[in-house]
Design a protein around this ligand. Sequence first.
Ligand SMILES: NC(=O)c1ccc[n+]([C@@H]2O[C@H](COP(=O)([O-])OP(=O)(O)OC[C@H]3O[C@@H](n4cnc5c(N)ncnc54)[C@H](O)[C@@H]3O)[C@@H](O)[C@H]2O)c1
Length: 316
Amino acid sequence: MVEIPFFGGGVSFNPTTDIPSLAGKVILVTGGNSGLGKQAILDLVKHSPARIWLAARNAENARNTVAEITSRCPDAAPLIKTLDLDLTSFESIKAAAGRVVAESDRLDILMLNAGIMMAPAGQTKEGYEIQFGTNHVGHAFLTKLLLEPLLLPTASRQEDVRVVVVSSEGHRLPTMTGIPYDKVKTDMKDSYSVTRYGQSKLANVWFAREMARRYPQIKTVSVHPGAVNTNLATPFRESNWFLNTFSAPVMMLMTPVEIGVKNQLWAATGQPKESVVSGEYYVPVGKAGGSALSKDDKLAAELWEWTEKELEGQSI
Ligand SMILES: NC(=O)c1ccc[n+]([C@@H]2O[C@H](COP(=O)([O-])OP(=O)(O)OC[C@H]3O[C@@H](n4cnc5c(N)ncnc54)[C@H](O)[C@@H]3O)[C@@H](O)[C@H]2O)c1
């Protein structure tokens, strides 16, 4: 997918010098075993030690990632824990949240970073279209389970609590149609499509916007990382011989992950904290953006209410 590059504006952010001390804080990053999530954890532990949950769906990959991070940053070893989390399964999300609540006394940064794009068509365990179910429903459920036991109590102690939802400029793809709620569980014929990805990423922006309105004590924002050289498009590429053969030079032109991670790191830690405005959607780095549709408060509230209904009665 072609992401729109951004020139000019924004803020300058250097993880090495601009991440403030996070000592004593607890951070959870979903999709922590590759791409932007892994790089975010590397920067966080390298430059400002905090206790970190590296959430990933494959336990062995997660352990290997921790081994790689701690080999590059040995002091991080006691600070990182892996967390089994498959966002396509409510059972897995409940187990993950249950463990975090049992083993943490606070949660300062929740980075909802995991995502899939144009993966093979499919449905989550609960029947949602796979991109919408993973990118939006799974993250919304995880947030719901962590909100009352950890995020709100941490915020009530006057702490700087932030939720960063990694969205995409792909949120612009659903223009007139928005999100067809009647189809997210029933109609799978274009489940692999970029339109479905766009719907899930629009949901990410709306979710952050409405969460910011409902919980002003927590700073919740959504971000676009840029067009970054990660594994995100691998399943799509591998499904198409032409892309598979000719995409290597294009990949090399994409933003390296060390740069691409800056926007979400800035959103999670940037100072002064007033510079990160709750409810906003940011393009790299720290530049407010977003489609007109993504700023529609009525539609953001509608998404929240629809999601709440879907998750009704679900708890750890
Ligand atoms: N790379 C880009 O150019 C780009 C552009 C815009 C937005 N994004 C967003 O950035 C985020 C991170 O993606 P990335 O580029 O690092 O790609 P990536 O493929 O390297 O990382 C995605 C991560 O999500 C995890 N994940 C996927 N399905 C999961 C599931 N069911 N349960 C738990 N974890 C799951 C993967 O294991 C992986 O760790 C995504 O939300 C993506 O939509 C990326």
